[in-house]
Design a protein around this ligand. Structure first.
Ligand SMILES: [Zn+2]
Ligand SMILES: [Zn+2]
Length: 156
């Protein structure tokens, strides 16, 4: 990787520590204590990190995520959970080769391929499967639900 300056290293560190993809503004908030004060500083750092392959931009989320895998020129697939936002980076050589051949047929030279797959992660699909059925929910009195809601809200 190209040598990074201190701001670029800070931005990469913050993205690596984040448990989810971050928007440029969320990243700016994290980096304010480290001398960042304007969005342009964040975008400049991100541009270098993306070119270096250390960070990926997720178009559908308008967010950024640190690369968790060592890879070059392969097709990168992101599985993004619609429920909890968990985002997993996956590589698939077969898929990569398939898309390369497709591009070559049109004499299109591929620089990078990023596929974003939206759905439900394993943890969330367990929750969905084990969730109480609507019939069970209805058996709980609405007054009981209302009684619990303010307490939950206050504790958050
Ligand atoms: Zn990656
Ligand atoms: Zn999930």
């Amino acid at each position: 990787m190209v040598p990074l300056n201190s701001k670029q290293r800070r931005a990469l560190e913050a993205l690596r520590q984040a448990q989810e993809p971050l928007s440029a503004y969320a990243l700016l908030d994290l980096l304010r204590p480290h001398g960042f004060s304007a969005p342009t500083q964040v975008y400049r750092a991100l541009e270098v990190l993306i070119k270096a392959g250390a960070v990926h931009r997720l178009e559908t989320l308008n967010a950024y995520i640190a690369c968790r895998l060592e890879h070059r020129h392969e097709c990168t697939v992101f599985a993004i959970c619609n429920h909890c936002g968990r985002t997993d980076e996956l590589l698939d050589q077969d898929l990569s080769g398939c898309l390369d051949r497709l591009a070559q047929r049109r004499h299109f030279s591929c620089e990078s391929i990023t596929i974003e797959v939206r759905g439900t992660c394993a943890t969330c699909s367990d929750v969905v499967t084990n969730a109480t059925t609507p019939a069970e929910c209805n058996s709980v009195g609405s007054s009981a639900l209302y009684a619990h809601q303010p307490v939950k809200g206050a504790s958050e």
